[in-house]
Design a protein around this ligand. Structure first.
Ligand code: SF4
Length: 87
């Protein structure tokens, strides 16, 4: 399949990932838990992303998210499972 034909499917997957992340974060907030991560966890995630082959500029090529925004959300997950559990 040509890469132009795969693009809508990739965008759909990225939109689905973002939707799940936002819904999990909203649930955490509704349950009285914060949605953010500790400074240590944020730093760990950003360091892993900085060394990742999927990082393109400010975004993750795998999930399409802006890394600094996604890494700050406790319920967000790395699509390649590179992030450790939040502390
Ligand atoms: S979220 Fe995961 S896949 Fe994306 S850039 Fe960071 S470490 Fe890489």
């Amino acid at each position: 399949m040509a890469s132009c034909c795969k693009r809508p499917f990739k965008l759909l997957g990225q939109a689905q990932d973002l939707t799940y992340t936002l819904l999990r974060s909203l649930r955490s907030i509704a349950n009285g838990n914060g949605a953010g991560v500790s400074e240590i966890t944020l730093r760990e995630r950003l360091q892993l992303c900085a060394a990742c082959e999927e990082k393109r500029g400010l975004r993750c090529r795998k999930c399409g998210c802006f890394i600094s925004a996604k890494a700050a959300l406790r319920d967000a997950e790395c699509p390649l499972s590179k992030w450790p559990l939040p502390r």
